[in-house]
Design a protein around this ligand. Sequence first.
Ligand code: MG
Ligand code: MG
Length: 263
Amino acid sequence: MQIFLKTEEEIELMRAANLLVGETLAEIGRAIRPGVTTLQLDRIAEEYIRDHGAVPTFKGFPNPYGGPFPASICTSVNDEVVHGIPNDRPLQEGDIVSVDCGTLLNGYNGDSCYTFQVGEVREEVKQLLRVTKEALYIGIEAAQQGRRIGDIGSAVQTHCESFGYGVVREFVGHGIGREMHEDPPVPNYGKRGEGKQIKSGLCIAIEPMITLGSPSIMMMPDRWTIKTRDQKPAAHFEHTIAIHQGKVDILSSFEGIETLELN
Ligand code: MG
Ligand code: MG
């Protein structure tokens, strides 16, 4: 395992790539409503990213199980956990859709995901979204310099399981920098005090993937889309963070999205 610690200059380049992801997700959030298709959201994302001088990292991303990813964002609806492929099925009132977005800007990667509500969503699903987002921030808080990667997973897992939710094991967070996926892996489960020590300059994506029911998942025939086996909904929130200057610095941003939600 080779972990590339970043300089202050590199962290600022990563912040720019990640803020662009945040703005792209806010653009998508503005368009989400019953009747819109995830393919329409994909076109909005690709155009916005390219207009800002970046490349959508997901497009053409290689797959160990099949063909490259065909779109610029992953759109995972309801019981789809991650890696959903945008399609022409209109979103419906009460759906949730996780939009995962990555950009490559000036040689550095941004990666962030937000689970949106389509119109009015039922209360137990709203709580799943709230708790998963809380778990993300609790995980971020645990990522202090000198602590260990297992502290992050332990914090996320404890919070989510206290609500009876499932923590997906097969997909995890990751180091990020010149490559979208670098070492170390950052699981959403684990034990305090275990794993690699968190050092200054570490940049990681923390991304709880949490299910309303069992954490058991399956891959669809498209070789990308991952669904829950029990067909219950799943939520996914992700931030890219840097540990530097003795602090945890969130490089991506939900600010644009959350401004929309208040209106
Ligand atoms: Mg992502
Ligand atoms: Mg990621």
